[in-house]
Design a protein around this ligand. Structure first.
Ligand code: FES
Length: 105
């Protein structure tokens, strides 16, 4: 599954992701520094924040209550804000664009 990470300056980086993994883990595996992921994916640090545009939101599971609460803690919350550790990679997400914030805290 191909994922496209979009840096704050607009640079795109397309990487190959493993189904069943998460967007956060894929970012770490590919050295994408904008994703910090302090808690290692347990939805308790909010430093894996990213933005997903409207067109793709419908293909993702909506954020659960814990993720929604954690999103209150991110630096610059927008309508497309998600925690990348809560997005599981699957074939459906092929071509997903993940916009990265300029800072996590
Ligand atoms: Fe900590 Fe996602 S990695 S909330």
């Amino acid at each position: 599954t191909k994922l496209v990470f979009v840096k704050p300056d607009g640079t795109e980086m397309t990487v190959e992701a493993t189904n069943g993994s998460t967007v956060m883990q894929t970012a770490l595996d590919n050295g994408i520094e904008e994703i910090v992921a302090d808690c290692g994916g347990s939805c308790s640090c909010a430093t894996c924040h990213c933005y997903i545009d409207d067109a793709w939101q419908s293909k993702l599971n909506p954020p659960d209550e814990i993720e929604t609460d954690m999103l209150d803690c991110v630096l610059d919350r927008k309508p497309g804000s998600r925690l990348s550790c809560q997005i599981e990679v699957s074939d459906d997400l092929d071509g997903l664009h993940i916009a990265l914030p300029s800072a996590q805290f």
